[in-house]
Design a binder for this molecule. Structure first.
Ligand SMILES: [Zn+2]
Length: 213
């Protein structure tokens, strides 16, 4: 753990908080729920009582899933530092490494991997779903195409996947069949650039766009 000083988003008073630089949820399973709920990143300002979200570099390690997700807020670490760390990863065989820039994306990634899904395929499924929804609603198509779709859950006997996205100031949910996921798996497997993901890779819409557009 380390101590950082951050300013309240409401009253701007500085406050020192203890933060975890990393958690190993294999050794410390209780921490997993705190990460997934976002509680680990919340702190309450002692001056005005406002709950704040603290954003700092944080490594999530799930040894059972061989998964490492590095939460790196924009500008917190240089590309050279990331490369240096990534170069040491070969020893960790069979691991998946991901990099995200915000707490919401970290939580989403954990949900995807905990559902035994491949996040590259989920990103492709989000893209395909956005295209389809945009096609059905021409008046809102650009809003839908720019919307940040998130994986919410997979459930039921048919493994139905629920995605969420903001539209018209509200959160919308859209359910997609597992066949969409399977189709997207095919797209990924046919595309070498999409399968070769190395180091702490960012797998998001921008990543899909580099290949598709
Ligand atoms: Zn405050």
């Amino acid at each position: 753990m380390s101590k950082i000083t951050i300013k309240c988003s409401s009253c701007h008073e500085p406050h020192g908080i203890e933060v975890y630089n990393s958690v190993n949820v294999g050794q410390d399973p209780d921490m997993k729920e705190k990460v997934r709920s976002g509680a680990l990143f919340l702190w309450e300002c002692p001056h005005c009582g406002r709950p704040n979200l603290a954003l700092y570099p944080f490594l999530y390690h799930d040894p059972d899933r061989k998964l490492m997700i590095w939460l790196l807020p924009a500008g917190s670490v240089s590309d050279a530092q990331i490369k240096a760390v990534s170069a040491q990863l070969d020893a960790l065989e069979g691991y998946t490494f991901r990099r995200v820039a915000d707490v919401g994306s970290l939580i989403e990634k954990i949900s995807i991997f905990d559902a035994d899904l491949d996040d590259r395929i989920v990103e492709m499924a989000k893209y395909v779903t956005a295209m389809e929804l945009a096609g059905k609603a021409p008046d809102k198509s650009s809003e839908i195409l720019d919307a940040p779709f998130k994986f919410f859950k997979m459930d039921g006997a048919d493994n139905e996947i629920t995605l969420t996205y903001p539209s018209g100031g509200q959160m919308q949910g859209v359910n997609i069949g597992f066949n969409v996921y399977e189709d997207c798996r095919g797209i990924i497997q046919r595309n070498k650039a999409l399968t070769e993901v190395t180091g702490f890779a960012t797998v998001d819409r921008a990543w899909v766009n580099t290949i598709i557009r």
